[in-house]
Design a binder for this molecule. Structure first.
Ligand code: PMV
Length: 328
């Protein structure tokens, strides 16, 4: 048998980083998906290939039941990171099915750039757990997949992960995450435009940077709390479908993230290009450092302005993905 599952990436309307410290965040799933195809094997080996993961493509093979190290043809930090997520996802599937020795062939295709703030790792983990458990005859609810995917991110990111990315990818739509409390929320059709600078970031490093600042300065801790207040204000604007206020709060959120040291010149330039193109608001999305910004724009001015910005490798309109993880 072979099973393919897919799961969406996401943008943060508000609240990244602060969510790590128990403040609320509102990520929204977008119609850019990762697809993971899993075939259960008769032996305990694992073979992982990816043709399109913003990488040149790679194949890794190893024995799951032994101490054998994955044999990586093209050892780059990004591939190593991707393999960490895949290995832990398969471990979760083995655990859910009580099949500790299960081997798999895994094929990953992703439309989501890696490490760019669009939740690529969460989407691969969510789709991978869903496909691998189904291959072993177990059907998890999206909530169960989200829980197991969170454990994977928590493990791979050394305990520095919130539930936001994984819950959003599993459930789809707009969600609200505050500590362990995760729920789907109603949202109007938000006119997201994404700008991508072509760079990737190390989420763990950026999270650690904010943690250090927060430990060192009370005003940095206050800034994290201010993000929480902003998110609560944003929830009211979201419920009212008030796009102007949402935009204003996105601009404010970008300023607070900048103050916490997680923006970059390229991201600031993209944010300003989006604003000059008529955005209702614009901010970085995800961990920052490099990667993507998200803007709100009902017209086509922002996409045009971003495509003309020298830092912009790609810009695109991102529809809200109402469906989370699904079998293809
Ligand atoms: O850039 P991403 O997609 O890894 O998003 C990270 C979001 C953070 O809030 C910075 C970390 C987290 O686990 O919530």
């Amino acid at each position: 048998m072979t099973t393919t599952s897919s799961a969406p990436g996401k943008v943060y309307l508000f609240g990244e980083h602060a969510v790590v410290y128990g403040e609320p965040a509102v990520p929204c799933a977008i119609e850019r998906r990762a697809r993971v195809t899993v075939t259960a094997r008769d032996d305990d080996r694992v073979r992982v290939s990816a043709d399109d993961l913003s990488l040149d493509g790679f194949t890794v093979e190893y024995g799951s039941g032994s101490d054998e190290q994955p044999d990586v043809d093209v050892p780059t930090p990004l591939i190593e990171a991707a393999m960490g997520y895949v290995e832990e996802s398969l471990e979760q599937a083995r655990d859910a099915a009580d099949r500790p020795e299960a081997g798999f062939d895994v094929e990953i295709e992703s439309e989501i750039p890696l490490g760019a703030g669009l939740g690529s790792s969460a989407a691969v983990v969510v789709a991978g757990i869903d496909a691998a458990t189904r291959e072993l005859g177990v059907e998890l609810t999206p909530e169960d997949v989200a829980e197991r995917a969170y454990r994977v991110e928590h493990e791979v990111q050394d305990g520095q992960a919130s539930r936001a990315d994984t819950f959003c990818s599993a459930m789809g739509g707009a969600v609200r995450v505050e500590g362990d409390d995760c729920r789907a929320i109603d949202a109007p059709d938000l006119p997201f435009v994404v700008g991508y600078d072509g760079a990737s970031h190390d989420t763990g490093e950026l999270v650690a940077g904010v943690r250090d600042l927060r430990d060192e300065y009370d005003f940095a801790a206050d800034t994290v709390e201010a993000v929480g207040d902003l998110v609560r204000e944003g929830e009211r604007a979201l419920a009212d479908g008030d796009l102007d206020t949402l935009g204003e709060l996105m601009d404010f959120n970008h300023g607070l993230l900048s103050a916490l040291g997680v923006s970059a010149r390229s991201l600031d330039n993209l944010v300003w290009a989006a604003r000059e193109g008529g955005a209702l608001g614009a901010k970085l999305t995800g961990a920052g450092g490099g990667g993507c910004i998200v803007a709100l724009d009902e017209g086509d001015g922002v996409e045009t302005a971003l495509s003309l910005a020298p830092e912009c490798e790609q810009s695109f309109r991102a529809e809200l993905a109402t469906e989370g993880v699904r079998v293809e």
